[in-house]
Design a protein around this ligand. Structure first.
Ligand code: S3P
Length: 446
């Protein structure tokens, strides 16, 4: 049984919406809270399958975690066990669809004295893991993978880790975070250099838990971040802002749907995440940033977005890592814009929950748009979207992107395999419908 979305064309988005909590911060709140000394209180936690899988895994490693069901919306209380208090789980750890869980937890589990197996669904089982297993190996970890460096991962405990200096071949916050977390267990200093800025929640949150993190700016946008093993994390409280990656669907939707005027409340505005706003503004988007404030070490604001005539642009490569999860919906913006949009330097999109370049190009082509995939991006000529049936390939962000595309389409759009929207955006259908999207669902194969 799978879920199908059926979205009628047209409509406009109005009112005020608050999208669910940030996925990256939710994962990290569980991981760092579990490894801290004391009780960490979390509010705004994302009750999506991905972050819930992280939570369940730490429970299975002996961490007492209250909520979210028992404490009420988005509240979680983590009774930290300290850096050396995790217990060997019975059986394999199930991470579902979540690459963030697998890659970050690989770094944590590499520092334990027990073995653990991590596995996930079909999509996660296709994703590359050598990007973490190789540098962890350099630190002294022993990790077995399936063929081609894919999951499941078997992490062998009891290795004595040593700090390394590692220059990442790609701009990846997951790889950086994995190595910093392993670095907490390593002898000496672990330094990770990124070729371009990526989301820095791990660094900010480690500091929020009282751990020293040193950041050194480098040449041409690169930078190095270092931790020294042997310290401790101290429990704290975390207020998770709304996920800008979820807000992005509404930013584009209100931009492309004539007559829209929508406010998105309490959106995380970490500068390593706001590429989508910059790109939309370059395309002519009308987005106002209101009520800026800092909540628990992360900048937050309300965003007012009104419909606008978008135009095609060449997307600056420097913005790619800062909007890495937003390209499916930005491709929809490009399809509704006047003229050509060109994306390059985004080959990472091919190894997300689906091959987001191919899958989006296929869907847009089905809807009558000239969308040409390239090895590292796409060229899209804006035009009139028609109706049709598109496949999401079980990718949450593809499903939500095509749902919003109906706002500027001339016919009904049906989207197959939408169950995984629940990994990052529980309640998407109801929230989008409340704001004005004519969306219904159907269970297929019942
Ligand atoms: C994430 C980092 C990004 C992003 C993912 C979440 C994180 O992945 O796409 O959704 O929480 O660190 P990469 O590090 O693979 O770019």
């Amino acid at each position: 049984m799978t879920l199908r979305y059926i979205v009628q064309p047209g409509g406009k988005l109005t009112g005020r919406v608050r999208v669910p909590g940030d996925k990256s911060i939710s994962h990290r709140s569980i991981m760092l809270g579990a490894l801290a000394e004391g009780v960490t209180e979390v509010s705004g936690f994302l009750e999506g399958e991905d972050s819930l899988n992280t939570l369940r895994c730490f429970r299975r490693m002996g961490v007492h975690i209250e909520g979210p069901e028992t404490l009420g919306a988005g509240r979680v209380r983590i009774h930290g066990v300290g850096l050396h208090g995790l217990k060997k789980p019975e059986g394999a750890l199930w991470l579902g669809n979540s690459g963030t869980s697998m890659r970050l937890m690989a770094g944590i589990i590499a520092g334990q004295d027990f073995d653990a197996i991590m596995e996930g669904d079909a999509s996660l089982s296709r994703r590359p893991m050598r990007r973490v297993t190789e540098p962890l190996g350099l630190m002294g970890a022993r990790i077995d993978t399936a063929e081609g460096g894919r999951p499941p991962l078997t992490v062998h405990g009891g290795s004595k880790l040593k700090g390394i200096r590692y220059v990442m071949p790609m701009a990846s916050a997951q790889v950086k975070s994995c190595l910093l977390l392993a670095g907490l267990y390593a002898e000496g200093e672990t330094c990770v250099t990124e070729p371009a800025p990526t989301r820095d929640h791990t660094e900010r949150m480690l500091q929020g838990f009282g751990y020293e993190v040193r950041r050194h700016p480098g040449e041409g946008g690169s930078s190095t971040v270092c931790v020294t093993g042997g310290g401790k994390l101290t429990a704290t409280s975390i207020d998770v802002p709304s996920d800008i990656s979820s807000a992005a669907f509404f930013l584009v939707a209100a931009s492309i749907a004539e007559g829209s005027d929508l406010v998105l409340e309490h959106v995380g505005m970490n500068p390593t995440r706001t590429g989508v706003i910059e790109i939309l503004r370059m395309m002519g988007g009308n987005i106002e940033v209101l009520n800026e404030r800092v909540v628990g070490g992360e900048p937050v604001a309300d965003l007012r977005v009104k419909s606008a005539r978008l135009k095609g642009i060449r997307i600056p490569e420097a913005l790619v890592p800062l909007a890495i999860d937003e390209f499916p919906i930005l491709f929809v913006a490009a399809a509704c814009a006047e003229g050509e949009t060109v994306l390059t330097g985004a080959e990472e999109l091919r190894v997300k929950e689906s091959d987001r370049i191919q899958v989006m190009a296929d869907g847009l082509t089905t809807l009558g748009i000239d969308a040409r995939p390239t090895p590292d991006g796409m060229v899209i000529r804006g035009g009139q979207l028609g109706g049709g049936t598109v496949l999401s390939h079980d990718d949450h962000r593809i499903a939500m992107s095509f749902a919003m595309a109906a706002l500027c389409a001339s016919g009904e759009i049906r989207i197959e395999e939408c169950d995984n929207v629940n990994t990052s955006f529980p309640g998407f259908v109801e929230l989008a419908r409340g704001a004005g999207l004519a969306i219904t669902t159907e269970v297929v194969g019942a």
